[in-house]
Design a protein around this ligand. Structure first.
Ligand code: AMP
Length: 436
């Protein structure tokens, strides 16, 4: 595999020579300079190369493939109503529904001044609801693999004119669970196409496998292997299983965390934890694979809009989901796979913002912690749980007490009043509510 250094990376959007329509969309979104993966990948995609691009999550991967593909399809943009004038030219596959939706939203935003059609198809909703758009024709199709095959099987969709294939979160798409579907999809596509693999992690097996359907790919690597963004502070606190709910509330309160995704390993734990936190007065939404698609979307949307403070989630939300300026991720339980740790904590510290990843580690999870340390090649030393500020002194006379509390305390009180009030049981306390 050749390395990408042969081609100079651009340092500004102007140097990327994007069309005025795309540049205008970037201006609308307030993007000023390309991110490192965009600087490297855009010229290579424009030059027609296949890519294996490894970049940290949240570093602008979507634009890195969407911008050059939109640019390449620009000559085909048309306002004809004939479906034949709108064949699928670019197919983007993503492993989860939420990621597919998000990638599609970005493509719509980047292409908003270009008359190219796009849509997204994913499972969990009626097939028929998605067919009118496919029948009318779309140039860009974002899809989860299973649903794409459903549509292809019902002959609603022809993939015979696909020129560009993108696998987002490619390592997931190439693992055992998705591989059979992926192989069937590859069989439906023209061999003569440009293929782009984007992922935060690639292991050697996957690299070998990917080579079988890429043409002389270039490797683009803008991050150290298997790392999360440097801007994410990674903290570890030891907590016994039965103390974790209190530990979590203590972390969120003491650090004044305005929003966090809280990851569990199982749907069962996600449901149980969500209910426990709700009973303790926190605004919590729950998202996992057994929830109806409409519930999943509602939970995610509400969280993105700041309506809920905590999103309790299984690893379904670990990949690719972009929540602007999410300040914190909590690993309520460590994942079995160290790669999932990197993906989970990649939900924070995105696009150069600061982020915090807190892992609550029970004694029987220490081997998982050791595996993660090995994978990311850095130690994660446990630190004590943060102290919670004592409650304000009893109020003797209202005017004095308000002043004595000071601006910081009053600010804290305003933002998180319900939780501070509920927190007080210490983590090891016998009175602390026990898990169900
Ligand atoms: P992605 O890795 O594609 O999910 O992008 C992560 C976040 O970075 C999204 O909120 C994008 O809108 C944002 N983003 C991507 N590229 C840029 C850029 N060049 N300048 C500013 N923000 C960007």
């Amino acid at each position: 595999m050749s390395e990408s250094s042969a081609l100079e990376a651009a340092s500004s959007f102007a140097e990327l020579n994007l069309s005025p329509e795309i540049q205008r969309a970037l201006d609308d979104m307030g993007y000023q300079t390309p991110t490192p993966i965009q600087k490297q990948a855009v010229p290579l995609v424009l030059a027609g190369r296949d890519l294996m691009a490894q970049a940290q999550t949240g570093t602008g991967k979507t634009a890195a493939f969407a911008l050059p593909l939109l640019q390449k399809m620009l000559p085909f943009a048309n306002t004809s109503t004939s479906p034949a004038r709108h064949p699928v030219r670019a197919l983007v596959l993503a492993p989860t529904r939420e990621l597919a939706i998000q990638v599609h939203e970005s493509i719509v935003a980047y292409g908003k001044h270009i008359p190219l059609r796009s849509t997204v198809v994913y499972g969990g909703v009626a097939l028929g609801a998605q067919t009118p758009q496919l029948r009318a024709g779309v140039e860009v199709l974002v899809a989860t693999p299973g649903r794409l095959l459903d549509h292809a099987g019902s002959r609603m969709l022809s993939l015979s004119q696909v020129e560009y294939l993108v696998l987002d979160e490619a390592d997931r798409m190439l693992d055992m669970g998705f591989l059979p579907d992926l192989k069937r999809i590859l069989d439906l596509l023209p061999k003569n196409r440009q293929t782009l693999l984007f992922s935060a992690t690639f292991d050697d097996n996957i690299t070998r496998l990917a080579q079988s359907f890429l043409r002389d790919p270039l490797k683009v690597e803008v991050a150290r292997r298997n790392t999360a963004a440097e801007t994410v502070e990674q903290l570890v606190h030891k907590a016994r299983e039965e103390d974790k709910v209190d530990a979590l509330i203590r972390v969120v309160t003491a650090r004044e965390i305005s929003q966090a995704i809280v990851f569990t390993r199982t749907k069962l734990t996600a449901d149980r934890l969500g209910r426990q936190l709700q009973r303790r007065g926190l605004e919590v939404a729950i998202i996992h694979g057994d929830k109806a698609q409409s519930e999943r979307l509602l939970a995610l949307e509400g969280f993105k809009q700041g309506k809920t403070r905590l999103l309790v989630a299984t690893d379904i939300a670990a990949r690719g989901i972009d929540i602007v300026e999410l300040p914190c991720v909590v690993n309520y339980e460590l994942p079995y796979s160290p790669e999932d740790y990197v993906h989970r904590i990649g939900r924070t510290g995105r696009a150069g913002a600061e982020g915090m990843a807190v892992s609550l580690v029970a004694p029987d999870e220490e081997r998982l912690l050791a595996a993660i340390e090995k994978f990311i090649n850095r130690p994660l030393v446990p630190t004590p749980l943060p102290e919670v500020a004592p409650p304000a002194a009893p109020v003797w006379t209202a005017p004095v007490a308000v002043q004595a509390a000071g601006p910081a305390a009053s600010q804290r009180g305003r933002r998180h009043e319900p939780v501070c009030a509920l927190l007080m049981p210490p983590v090891q306390s016998q009175e602390a509510p026990r898990p169900e």
